[in-house]
Each structure stands twice: as structure tokens, then as C-alpha cells.
Design a protein around this ligand. Structure first.
Ligand SMILES: [Zn+2]
Length: 359
């Protein structure tokens, strides 16, 4: 966190959002992050919206940072003209000096983001991602025995070593390291020109992809060697903390129609399209906001009887129903509207000096 005599900058808010909803979790096709503007300017007023729609441009005056769910710039732009809706929006942002930042799929996938929010509204328990996201890495570093605890502490503090609800997970094996310092080096052990054999610990631990950069940085700064020997391996394991949608169990079996109605009422969805049997009792269910229909097969494979999403194609809905899944489409905007209150609340709580408004 950077603090300035002139107060905070927009980048402070963005750094906080990136920590909660790491950009590394973005879908490959996505384009989240800074859309328009300068993050290095002061920040006093933040506006949170699902989209920058045309009606919102009138409310940009005095807004330093606009945080949206959906990116404003999704496809390459070949021209910016004020008579087009996109041109009007970009012109308004530049005129008002408002920076526009989109959180999008990192918010959908991150632990504590959209998926868990919607699962909470539905009342799901023992939830897990419908489509896990996030990569895991193994870090192995060779450390002299007297420095191993300091290096381990540094990497744990930066986010390494978590397996489920266990922290500080590592493995340490002792062996002999060899090296020959060349002329011009200043080795921690030995002298330039003489081969050394030293006791070293191979310290290995697991690192989530979104923390890898920070973990390596902290490891290098805690390590006493001038040149640190370390390896980073990508793992085939899934990181089950993050991912699109969530599945889990309802507290008790209820008719599918009842679960759908309750959820629709809770999020304020008025138009619901249902495919499949609504009278059946359901216990295992999944939810994914927005255009999540494509995940119906994952829901079915995970043992779900009910799948709630924002949008699903007609043929996908039919196929899901015929395969034995009850699916309800409750609207893209309606299922994602939780973003606005949630993100505004997070920013307001973290930065009480800011004025945070909701679209
Ligand atoms: Zn969406």
C-alpha cells in the first residue's frame, strides 16, 4: 500500500482488487484490467457498476475511478468516434478524467467472488468450483541449513505452502551442493576459483499461480546466496479454491421449482426460463452467474440435479434436461448484479476515506 501526502491514488484501490481477485485467474479470452485512463492520479470518489452503459456517462462527473464487472473494451478498436456508443463512453471517461477498471472473470472465479456469493444466496454447503481455475506450481530452492527457516517464512508469508486448510506445508531434504565461484564473484561461502562442497537443504513447497511472482521475489530477498539455485515446476493438480461457478448441497431436499423460485426472489430475477423437471426433489445443485450455460455438463458430471445460471442456449437447455439436469436461466444481469453491492462494500470497508457510489 502506498500512502501519499496528497491522499490515495487510484492504483491503491486497483491493487486491493487485484489481491482479492487476481488477474492471473482471468479466462484466456477475457480482457480485464485498466480499460481507459490513468491510475496514478488521486482517488476520492469511486463508482461501481456492472457495465458502463450509456446512461451512466452522466454520472461520471467527479468520479476518479469507475470499477465495472464487464470490460468496456473487449475487441480491438479501429476508431473512436463520438457518434458511436463506445466512442461516447471513451470520450466521457477522458473528458471527466475517470479511470475505468474491469474486474470480470477474476471476480467470477476467485475464492470469495461471484461463485461463492451466489452459492451463499442459494444456501449451498460444502461448495467447490464447477470449473476449477488457477494453476499450481512447485518451488524447490537450495538453501544453507542456517537460512532455511528464514527462507521458508518468507515464502509462506508471500502465499506459498497452503494445502487445503493447512498452511506452512513444505518438505526439506538435506544433501550436498557443489559450486565453483568464478573470478569477480563474492560468494557467501568459499573463495573465487575454488570448488566448494556444502551442506544444503532442498526446500520444496507449493505455490498458487497468482502468488508465484511475489513468492519468488521474497524467496530471493531472504536467501543469503548471491546466485540462488531454484526450480519452478508447473503441476497437473487443480487448484480447487478458485473456479467458475460453485456446486454443493442444499440443507435439505426441496422441489427444484421451489429452489428456483427462492433464488429468483433473492436476486430479483423476474423472468426465468426453465428446462427439465421442476417437481423433482433436488439436493445437489450448482450455480454460475452470467453466460454460464456452457457448464451444464460439468454440473451433471459433478452429480448435480439442478443448475442455475444467467443464460443458456436453447439447444443446450434441451440437451441438459434430456440428460437429467433441471436448468434455470435467470438473466445475465440479474445473476451478476451481486457484483455492485459486494465490490462497493469491499472498497468502502477497506478505504473508509473514499466516497463509494453504486450504479
Ligand atoms: Zn457477465
Amino acid at each position: 500500500m502506498r500512502l501519499h501526502s496528497g491522499g490515495m491514488e487510484r492504483r491503491d484501490v486497483v491493487a486491493y482488487l487485484d489481491e482479492l481477485f487476481p488477474p492471473a485467474l482471468a479466462e484466456e479470452w477475457d480482457h480485464p484490467g485498466l480499460q481507459v485512463g490513468d491510475l496514478g492520479l488521486p482517488c476520492r470518489r469511486v463508482l461501481v457498476a456492472l457495465d458502463l452503459d450509456l446512461a451512466l456517462i452522466e454520472r461520471l462527473q467527479g468520479v476518479d475511478l469507475l470499477v465495472t464487472h464487464h470490460p468496456l473494451l473487449f475487441r480491438p478498436v479501429s476508431e473512436i468516434r463520438p457518434e458511436t456508443p463506445l466512442g461516447k463512453k471513451i470520450a466521457a471517461l477522458l473528458r471527466e478524467g475517470t479511470a475505468c477498471y474491469a474486474v470480470h472473470t477474476p471476480y467470477d472465479s476467485a475464492r470469495g467472488g461471484m461463485g461463492e456469493r451466489l452459492a451463499g444466496i442459494l444456501g449451498l454447503r460444502e461448495t467447490r468450483p464447477l470449473a476449477p481455475r488457477g494453476r499450481l506450481y512447485k518451488l524447490a530452492v537450495f538453501v544453507p541449513p542456517e537460512a532455511v527457516d528464514a527462507v521458508a517464512e518468507a515464502v509462506f508469508a508471500a502465499g506459498a505452502g497452503k494445502i487445503g486448510r493447512y498452511g506452512h506445508c513444505s518438505f526439506r531434504a538435506e544433501g550436498i551442493g557443489t559450486f565453483l565461484p568464478e573470478e569477480g564473484t563474492s560468494p557467501y561461502i568459499g573463495e573465487p576459483g575454488g570448488e566448494e562442497r556444502v551442506r544444503e537443504i532442498r526446500l520444496e513447497t507449493i505455490v498458487p499461480g497468482e502468488r508465484l511472482g511475489a513468492v519468488i521475489r521474497e524467496m530471493l530477498s531472504a536467501h543469503p546466496y548471491e546466485e540462488v539455485a531454484y526450480d519452478v515446476y508447473p503441476l497437473e493438480l487443480e487448484d480447487r479454491r478458485h473456479g467458475l461457478g460453485r456446486m454443493g448441497t442444499l440443507p435439505e431436499p426441496v422441489p427444484a421449482g421451489e429452489a428456483i423460485e427462492g433464488f429468483a426472489a433473492a436476486i430479483g430475477a423476474e423472468t426465468v426460463r426453465v428446462y427439465g423437471d421442476t417437481a423433482r426433489e433436488v439436493r445437489v445443485a450448482a450455480v454460475c452467474g452470467g453466460a454460464g450455460g456452457g457448464l451444464w455438463a460439468e454440473a451433471l458430471a459433478g452429480g448435480c440435479e439442478l443448475f442455475l445460471t444467467g443464460e443458456i442456449g436453447y439447444h443446450e437447455g434441451l440437451a441438459a434436461a434430456e440428460a437429467g439436469l433441471t436448468v434455470a436461466a435467470l438473466g445475465h444481469r440479474e445473476t451478476e448484479a451481486v457484483f455492485v453491492d459486494h465490490v462497493a462494500e469491499l472498497i468502502g470497508r477497506r478505504f473508509p476515506e473514499l466516497e463509494v457510489i453504486r450504479a
